[in-house]
Design a protein around this ligand. Structure first.
Ligand SMILES: Cc1cc2nc3c(=O)[nH]c(=O)nc-3n(C[C@H](O)[C@H](O)[C@H](O)COP(=O)(O)OP(=O)(O)OC[C@H]3O[C@@H](n4cnc5c(N)ncnc54)[C@H](O)[C@@H]3O)c2cc1C
Length: 197
């Protein structure tokens, strides 16, 4: 494993050490809290946790659970709850990261299943508003009707979500190029509206 890989793994492990210390009671409290307030799928079962324990990297870390929000309000609620209960979050798109960025021991927030709508396209302004789970090829198919395209080149265009393209796909220049390009063209990135203590 290269120096970068080792560093990243230890960052992931350190960032999640509190979550891994969870007692079963606190785990149940978190599950119930999420189920009460989040419109979407809240899955803490072993099969789901194993499914989300890998991405395209060599690493494997089982999360505490997975939340698949149906709306942006539900996504914000999940982030707020994680903040309140001091649980790390791992947003996830297509899960094609090569360095373990989309896995972690906290709560995985899967934006790809429901938050995948193109909200509008304005050909005059050459702009589009999208949810984070929109796939690059999906956006470019819709833009093609207006002779437009969203440029950042990523080999996984049939899987990569716009949300997943904003952070570097790998610690090397390879992923940084796509992230920089995406950031350059993404005018407004609306972050989850969380309220820290
Ligand atoms: C065969 C192969 C070829 C590849 N080729 C390229 C390439 O040419 N160029 C390149 O740059 N990369 C490449 N990659 C890496 C990867 O496919 C890209 O970086 C891609 O953009 C990741 O998108 P994703 O939706 O799978 O993101 P994920 O892997 O799901 O997530 C990537 C990062 O973004 C974060 N994230 C996801 N969604 C959100 C959100 N809504 N809000 C905030 N953060 C979020 C995740 O937590 C993670 O840190 C390749 C990977 C493979 C397996």
């Amino acid at each position: 494993m290269g120096r970068w890989g080792r560093n990243l793994l230890s960052v992931v492990a350190l960032g999640c050490s509190r979550a891994m210390d969870f007692t079963p009671q606190k785990n149940t409290a978190l599950l119930n809290y999420l189920r009460r307030h989040v419109d979407g799928e809240v899955r803490f079962d072993s099969t789901t946790r194993q499914l989300y324990s890998t991405d395209a990297s060599i690493y494997q870390i089982e999360p505490l659970g997975v939340v698949i929000p149906k709306t942006t309000v539900a996504l914000e609620a999940a982030v707020q709850i994680a903040l309140e209960m001091h649980v790390p979050i791992v947003p996830r798109g297509g899960g094609t990261s090569l360095s373990g960025q989309s896995i972690g021991a906290g709560i995985v927030l899967d934006c790809s299943k429901y938050l995948n709508n193109i909200l509008d396209i304005d050909p005059q302004q050459r702009s589009a508003r999208v949810q984070p789970g929109v796939i690059l090829d999906q956006l470019n198919r819709a833009l093609d009707a207006h002779s437009l395209m969203f440029g950042p080149p990523v080999a996984t265009a049939s899987r990569a979500n716009l949300g997943g393209m904003i952070l570097p796909g790998s610690p090397a220049d390879f992923g940084k190029l796509v992230a920089d390009e995406t950031e350059k063209w993404a005018k407004v990135i609306r972050a989850a509206n969380i309220k820290p203590d």
